[in-house]
Unconditional design. Structure first.
Length: 399
């Protein structure tokens, strides 16, 4: 299937427009990273506390932020999760917590949200604190049924299954347990527990050392992937092919990270995974064009390299539009409907696929031609050796 046949677009003739576009977005991203928003690293890299909170009703993010501010927890990042789930994640910088006791940050958030605690009772919705042992032990202490202790194991399990499996982790009132457990058990639970309009589902702590290690490993992963691809293309084609492809991938990475800085969106581990995916995706697209250039070098020996490159890009244009277009529609759907959790990951893919497809045509190919022309002029030769498939030696192409 082809969208275009026999196209003859002069891509190299528009190289200065492409260069201007790349410079504008690259410089804007660099300025944002240096002077405006910096590189907005997520808690995974900075270190900090993540608390997942489920609410009975649709959460009011402004009210949550107000409660945190009153408790002295400023600059917390609050994000809603999937639509309709009534669940949010609260991200707190490590500097807002005690480094000596990382669990202190989690407890501060819980205490900040519990604006009306009942003295002498525990919030049964806080599954991070109230588990099987807490419910069973309270029943054993009260002994409302005057029966075998194993019975209280079963009653505690019923309560937690009702809370977690049937109500998603939060119940509106202790009265919701009527019919789930016997009345004496419910009365005993009322003496020990109460319900609030939220429940803490889980809490994760990322220490400063772990965050630093993740930052280093993420940088090494991106760097090593670019070096490995440079070596591969050097072996497969020639060094200039590898350099052009790696420069194009670096260009894609810079603009993608710059887009996160300009929009002040956090870069998390999932975003790094997306960037590594984009490096491979962009490189594959570039290799397809380079491979067609190598084939055409052998068949179009009397044409200039610029004409060969233009012809090769036009010949692969239909394939590029089909592959990149379908992939873009998929990640765009993920961005629009994937929810807050996948927002950063899908945003990186949306930006990266657009820029990666663009750079294969507008950065890598013109750089190859520019280097070849420069080398030809500096050496005083009218032809530059380029690889050709199946050839034992080099093919000389008129420039």
């Amino acid at each position: 299937m082809e969208f275009f046949r026999n196209t003859n677009i002069d891509f190299l003739g528009k190289k200065w427009y492409f260069l201007s576009f790349s410079l504008i977005f690259s410089v804007a991203g660099i300025l944002s990273m240096l002077f405006w928003h910096g590189i907005p690293l997520g808690v995974d890299f900075r270190g900090g506390t993540l608390v997942y909170v489920k609410f009975v009703n649709t959460p009011d993010l402004k009210a949550i932020r107000s409660d945190l501010d009153k408790a002295g927890l400023h600059n917390a990042v609050i994000q809603s999760l999937e639509a309709g789930s009534n669940e949010v994640v609260i991200k707190l910088d490590l500097k807002e917590t005690s480094e000596a006791d990382l669990s202190k940050g989690k407890n501060q958030i819980i205490n900040a949200l519990e604006t009306n605690p009942v003295q002498g009772k525990q919030n049964i919705n806080n599954s991070d604190r109230i588990g099987f042992a807490a419910v069973r032990d309270s029943l054993l202490a009260a002994d409302p049924l005057h029966t075998d202790p194993a019975e209280y194991d079963r009653q505690a399990r019923r309560v937690l299954d009702f809370r977690d499996k049937e109500h998603g982790g939060v119940i509106k009132s202790m009265d919701d347990l009527k019919g789930v457990v016997p009345d004496p058990v419910l009365n005993a639970l009322n003496q020990a527990f109460y319900t609030s309009d939220f429940g803490v589902r889980s809490a994760d702590i990322v220490g400063p050392q772990v965050g630093g290690q993740l930052k280093k490993q993420a940088s090494l992963a991106v760097g090593f992937s670019l070096i490995a691809m440079l070596v591969y293309l050097w072996f497969r084609f020639e060094l200039i092919y590898g350099v052009a492809a790696v420069v194009a991938c670096f260009h894609d990475t810079l603009i993608t990270v710059g887009a996160f800085s300009l929009t002040n969106q956090e870069i998390t581990l999932t975003v790094i995974a997306a960037i590594l995916t984009l490096v491979g995706y962009s490189m594959n697209d570039t290799i397809v064009i380079f491979d067609r250039i190598r084939e055409n070098v052998k068949m179009m020996r009397r044409e200039s390299l610029a004409e060969i490159v233009n012809k090769s890009i036009n010949q692969t244009l239909s394939r590029t539009i089909l592959t990149s277009g379908l992939t873009f529609l998929t990640v765009l759907s993920l961005y629009l409907f994937g929810g807050e959790v996948l927002h950063g990951f899908s945003f990186a893919l949306v930006v990266g696929i657009l820029i990666g497809t663009y750079s294969s045509i507008a950065v890598a190919a013109p750089m190859l031609v520019a280097y070849t022309e420069w080398r030809s002029k500096s050496s005083g030769r009218g032809a530059i050796p380029l690889p050709a498939p199946g050839a034992k030696g080099k093919v000389r192409v008129k420039v």
